[in-house]
Write a protein that binds this ligand. Structure first.
Ligand code: HEC
Ligand code: HEC
Length: 201
C-alpha cells in the first residue's frame, strides 16, 4: 500500500501545467485542510488521482488555475464528491454539465472505484462522529460480548437493528442504544448520514 502511494506519478503531457499541480503531498497554500491532507497517507486517494483526476480532469482542474476547483486536493475532492459523481454519470444522460465537457465519459470501472472511495470515506467519518462518540466504549473491536461496531461488515449485517436501537427502541423502552444514562442519544442528523451511506452501497 505504501509503495503504491510513493510510486504515484502522472505525466502531464501537453496540458501546459507543471508538476507542482500534483504536489498535493506538500501543498501548503490553502491552510489547515490542505496540510492535513498532505499528512494523510491514503493509497486509495492516490489511485483516484492517478486513474481518474490525472486522466480526465487535471488538464482543467489543477492547482495552477483559480477558475475551477482544484481536484488534486483531497479536501476539495471530498467537498465536491457528489457533484463530481453527478457530472460523470447522470449529467451525461442529460447532456448538460457533463465532465469532462469534451471527449469520452469516464470509464465505468474508474467511476466505481471513485464511488467506493467516497463510501469508505463516509464510513470513516461515521466511525468517528457516531460510533466512536456513542458506541465503541462497549462495542469496540477488543471486546467479544457485543457487536464490534468498528467493522464495516458488522455494521452492514446489524444495520436494521442499529437503526432501531438508536430510534424506535427509545420510544418503546426496548434496550435503546446507547443505554439510558450511558451517553446522549445519537442526533437525527448523524442517523440520517448513516442511512445515506447505507443506501449508497
Ligand atoms: C476541458 C476542461 C475540463 C475538464 C477536462 C474537466 N472539467 Fe470540470 N469544469 C470545467 C469548466 C469550464 C467548469 C465550469 C463550468 C461549469 O460549472 O459547468 C467545470 C466545472 C466542474 C465542476 C463544478 C465545480 C467547479 O469547479 O466549477 C465539477 C465538480 C467538475 N467540473 C468536475 C470535473 C471532473 C470530475 C472532471 C474529470 C472527470 C472534469 N471536471 C474535467 C472544465 C473541465
Ligand atoms: C454502555 C455500554 C454500551 C454502549 C455505549 C452502547 N451499547 Fe449497544 N449494547 C450494550 C449491551 C450491554 C448490549 C447487550 C444487551 C442486549 O442485547 O440487549 C448491547 C446491544 C446492542 C445491539 C444488539 C445486540 C448486538 O450486539 O448485536 C445493538 C445493535 C447495539 N447494542 C447497538 C449500539 C449502538 C449503535 C450504540 C451507539 C449508538 C451502542 N450500542 C452503544 C452496551 C452498550
Amino acid at each position: 500500500m505504501g509503495l503504491l502511494f510513493l510510486s504515484f506519478t502522472i505525466t502531464l503531457a501537453g496540458c501546459g501545467s507543471d508538476k507542482s499541480a500534483l504536489a498535493f503531498s506538500n501543498s501548503t497554500t490553502n491552510g489547515q485542510s490542505e496540510i492535513k491532507v498532505a499528512q494523510d497517507n491514503d493509497p486509495a486517494f492516490a489511485s483516484i488521482q492517478k486513474d481518474l483526476i490525472g486522466v480526465s480532469c487535471i488538464k482543467c482542474h489543477n492547482a495552477n488555475q483559480t477558475k475551477h476547483s482544484n481536484l488534486t486536493s483531497k479536501a476539495v475532492v471530498l467537498e465536491n464528491a457528489d457533484d463530481m459523481l453527478y457530472r460523470m454519470t447522470d449529467a451525461w444522460d442529460i447532456g448538460v454539465d457533463n465532465m469532462p465537457p469534451k471527449g469520452n465519459p469516464v470509464n465505468p470501472v474508474v467511476i466505481k472505484e471513485f464511488k467506493s472511495w467516497m463510501s469508505d470515506n463516509k464510513f470513516a467519518n461515521l466511525q468517528k462522529s457516531l460510533f466512536q462518540a456513542s458506541c465503541l466504549k462497549c462495542h469496540s473491536a477488543t471486546q467479544t460480548k457485543h457487536a464490534n461496531l468498528t467493522s464495516k461488515a458488522v455494521v452492514i449485517e446489524k444495520y436494521d437493528d442499529i437503526i432501531y436501537k438508536m430510534t424506535t427502541a427509545f420510544d418503546i423502552d426496548d434496550e435503546p442504544m446507547p443505554p439510558v444514562g450511558k451517553g446522549n442519544k445519537v442526533s437525527p442528523e448523524l442517523i440520517k448520514e448513516l442511512q445515506k451511506w447505507k443506501e449508497s452501497l
